[in-house]
Design a protein around this ligand. Structure first.
Ligand code: ATP
Ligand code: MG
Length: 565
């Protein structure tokens, strides 16, 4: 089932390494990758990149892909996160088949391996506090100092380690450390901690354990147990690779290859679980799946498609150096995808009533509207036209500015798929607000009539007042006002760059009849306004709530054209 030739012609430095490994038969031409999240938050777009990369490689080399929870720290982990991560990985098409694993299931094996290192004089129990260990570790230019407990005998260490496991010591009283080299130029090799004491219930193991392995000790073992061939991680682990290799070599177990790539950074976006957690906990957003969050759950609820996200991850490829991708590229991809897929509809977000004074009362005409000009198979639908309509307040001006081509008293516009109308008079409330626009229509200008091709300067969308459905519409903008949200003024943090206008709720919109029955998650284009998605939490058929996914204005195309000039 393994093949030496990949089935895709994609090329990047990771695939180059794999091709070489296949040539030399380093792993007997096996390719097995994994995605190893810690269940301490929801997944974000950076994780999507890692999933697409790992899954894509396994798929292209007819290999295997595991989902593994790196659940080694009970203080921050939670079942809610486990469930959301499984959901999100599946939604992105990361097919792990029956290979869903938990690092915590390997604790017994890890413990046995730690005992083996102790027996070989390669690990010792240390009584220094965390602060003391840090203070003695030295610096980049200065060697560290050995712990006074470094020369405990294997016998002493075995006994103490067993007592650590048995719960005889309080949190922080002791650690198990690898005995490597306090003078190593790589600080990670200066007797790193393998186990710490944490008396806390684990979301899967309950109170079975009170010692927990560190990432550095655990990660390579997890990869080895699962037979992972290429263990792909982000660049910050590059300096940890010698340690990853050291543990595996000391134990003489199967040795996966760690490969590092640059993590994804996006403009106007925070991609740190710790900071995203703050946004949630401090109430700056409504939850992990708030449609403004860069989480998979948030994007999903916003209405982003998994195809567009996968395509984005493909386009940006992998690099060895950190860089920041323009979020406009992601938004551009969402638009392109939806342009092909989304049905068009008419919706009026800030309605003003139009009365067609020369249209008979009680009459309804059904007019044909195109469902998707990009997709002929989507066909057409009939929309009702009647004496009273709604149009956008913004498509009318009492005092039109220069070059304003839409409606004002005495001017004409075309109603999309319908007639040309002319505004005759304005009807105002007692307080002077525009209540209605009284217009006349030209009956000769609908499709199929001789005046159908008569040109006016603007076409606007509308809905029939008696047929329209009330809807709430939520307009989203970027969550941060700065390209780099971490670039804050002195003494302030990323929260000072939150965009106060990132959410605008329009509670009294009027939408075309068919949108009234939208199912949660349904997407469409509101003509002239953008792409919208019925909210997965709050929308119900009959009482629709729509999230704006993206506007129609494409900043990326502009950026691209500038680049070409
Ligand atoms: P933190 O935000 O606390 O640094 P993390 O995002 O690294 O944590 P993990 O659960 O350890 O959280 O990540 C799982 C996997 O996703 C890791 O292999 C990690 O390298 C990868 N990953 C995380 N963030 C990004 C990113 N921005 N770009 C690409 N891959 C990422
Ligand atoms: Mg991490």
């Amino acid at each position: 089932m393994t093949m030496s030739e990949p089935i895709s012609d994609k090329s990047d430095f990771i695939r180059d390494i794999i091709n070489e490994d296949n040539k030399t038969e380093k792993f007997k031409k096996r390719v097995h990758t994994r995605f190893p999240p810690e269940p301490n938050g929801y997944l974000h777009i950076g994780h999507a990149k890692s999933i697409c990369l790992n899954y894509g490689i396994a798929r292209d080399y007819s290999g295997k892909f595991n989902l593994r929870f790196d659940d080694t720290n009970p203080t921050k982990e939670d079942q809610e996160y486990v469930d959301s991560i499984i959901d999100d990985v599946k939604w992105l098409g990361g097919d792990f088949e029956d290979r869903l694993f938990y690092a915590s299931d390997y604790f017994e094996q890890m413990y046995a391996w730690a005992v083996q290192l102790i027996e070989h004089g390669k690990a010792y129990v240390c009584d220094l506090t965390g602060d003391e260990i840090r203070a003695m570790r030295g610096t980049l230019t200065e060697a560290g100092k050995g712990s006074p407990y470094r020369d405990r005998t294997p016998g002493e260490n075995l006994a103490l380690f067993a007592r650590m496991r048995a719960g005889e010591f309080p949190d922080g009283a002791k650690t198990l450390r690898a005995k490597i080299d306090m003078a190593s130029p790589n600080i990670n090799l200066r007797d790193p901690i393998m186990y710490r004491i944490v008396h806390e219930d684990h979301h899967r193991q309950g109170n079975k354990w009170c010692i927990y392995p560190t990432y550095d000790w655990a990660h390579g073992l997890e990869d080895s147990i699962e037979g992972i061939t290429h263990s792909i991680c982000t660049l910050e682990f590059e300096n940890h690779r010698p340690l990853y290799d050291w543990f595996i070599e000391q134990l003489g177990i199967f040795h996966p290859q760690q490969i590092e790539f640059a993590r994804l950074n996006l403009t106007y976006t925070i991609l740190s679980k710790r900071k995203l957690l703050r946004l949630v906990q401090e109430g700056h957003v409504s939850g992990w799946d708030d449609p403004r969050m860069p989480t998979i759950a948030g994007y999903r609820r916003r209405g982003y498609t998994s195809d567009a996200i996968k395509n984005f991850c493909d386009i940006i490829s992998v690099a060895k150096r950190d860089s920041t991708i323009d979020v406009a590229l992601l938004e551009h991809g969402i638009r392109e995808d939806l342009n092909k897929k989304a049905r068009r509809a008419m919706a009026v977000l800030n309605p003003v009533k139009v009365v067609i004074t020369n249209f008979p009362e009680g009459r309804t005409e059904m007019l044909e509207a195109v469902n998707n000009p990009e997709d002929e198979t989507a066909g057409t639908r009939m929309v009702p036209f009647s004496r009273e309509l709604y149009i956008e307040q913004d498509d009318f001006r009492e005092v039109p500015p220069p070059k304003y081509h839409r409606l004002s008293v005495g001017t004409e516009v075309r109603l999309r798929y319908a007639y040309i109308i002319k505004c005759e008079t304005i009807v105002k409330d007692a307080d002077g607000a525009v209540r209605e626009l009284h217009c006349t229509y030209d009956p000769d200008t609908r499709s199929g009539m001789p005046g159908a091709s008569r040109k006016v300067k603007a076409t606007v969308h509308w809905v029939s007042a008696k047929d329209a459905v009330d809807a709430e519409v939520r307009l989203y903008d970027r969550l941060f006002i700065r390209e780099n949200p971490d670039d804050a003024e002195d003494g302030k943090d990323f929260l000072s760059n939150l965009n106060p206008h990132s959410l605008q709720v329009l509670p009294r919109c009027k939408v075309e009849q068919m949108l009234g029955s939208a199912m949660p998650g349904d997407r469409c284009q509101f003509e002239r306004l953008g792409y919208f998605c019925a909210d997965a939490r709050d929308s119900k058929p009959g009482a629709p709530v729509f999230n704006r996914i993206v506007t129609l204005k494409d900043a990326w195309t502009k950026i691209e054209q500038k680049g070409k000039q």
